[in-house]
Design a protein around this ligand. Structure first.
Ligand code: NAP
Length: 238
């Protein structure tokens, strides 16, 4: 029996699926978080032994509560579930679309993290990985080089939601330091997934981005907390 348990939210496909698969390969028992049981079961079957379904919709308080009630101890929480329903600049994005995006990317992370905190506090080496985005970096967004990739105001709802997630990463890290819980944010890089239709042609392999989450999930006790890291381990400026 494995003695470490990890939960990956939104693990039925994309980057989260690979994080779950790679954590199983590292010897974790992995709870494959999925809001749809059928999609989750298919991912669990594909990963094989070591993976188990946990039905979890991070925007549904009842679902979060039921999922947390099922988990006694948790060593790793990967807040991976995320959405990008609109891609416009702020002036062309309605409040409803901001809300829809924040519901999953910000409030969903708070809901899941708070619900699983008691289980994380029962771990000897607890870790939280928040899957953020390099496009949320304000330093990169305001980079003086006009050719810089994030120099346009597009995807305002998504990028500001991930900037809020970055802020929460720092605040959770400060709050939970006394409990030995290391909390870090990951920029997984542009990946070919269903998140952004059309990105596939210029995006990299989702498994490569997932490896960054595994690294942060397996940090040593004296590892960093409250940081923002790229998939390759290099720091990302806030
Ligand atoms: P994806 O393939 O669309 O996967 C997103 C996952 O999140 C799916 O499993 C989805 O479930 C799940 N999800 C969405 N809403 C949920 C909810 N309310 N409750 C639980 N699960 C929910 O996208 P991805 O690219 O792998 O994205 C994973 C993470 O990486 C996201 O946080 C994203 O922002 C981040 N990211 C991605 C890229 C990229 O280039 N792909 C770059 C930077 C950051 P369903 O199948 O049920 O919809």
């Amino acid at each position: 029996m494995n003695d470490r348990t990890a939960l990956v939210t939104g693990a039925n496909k994309g980057i989260g699926f690979h994080v779950a698969r790679l954590l199983v390969a590292e010897g974790f028992d992995v709870l494959v978080g999925a809001r749809d049981a059928g999609r989750g079961e298919r991912a669990v079957a594909e990963i094989g032994a070591g993976a188990r379904l946990l039905v979890l919709d991070v925007t549904d308080p009842g679902s979060v509560e039921r999922a947390a009630a099922d988990v006694g101890r948790l060593d790793v929480l990967v807040n991976n579930a995320g959405v990008q329903p609109v891609v416009g600049p702020p002036g062309e994005t309605g409040v409803a679309d901001f809300r829809r995006t924040y519901e999953t990317n910000v409030f969903g992370v708070v809901a899941a993290t708070n619900a699983f905190l008691p289980a994380l506090r029962r771990s000897a080496h607890p870790r939280v990985v928040n899957v953020s985005s390099g496009t949320a970096s304000l330093a990169w967004s305001t980079h003086p080089n006009p050719q810089f990739a994030h120099g346009s105001p597009r995807s305002a709802a998504y990028r500001s939601s991930k900037a809020a997630l970055n802020a929460l990463t720092v605040l959770y890290a400060q709050e939970l330091a006394a409990d030995g819980i290391l909390v870090n944010a990951l920029a997984p890089g542009a990946r070919a997934t269903d998140l952004v239709p059309g990105l596939a042609a210029r995006a990299g392999d989702a498994a490569e981005g997932a490896r960054g989450a595994v690294r942060l999930a397996m940090l040593p006790d004296d590892g960093p907390t409250g940081g923002f890291f790229s998939w390759d381990g290099s720091p990302v400026p806030w």
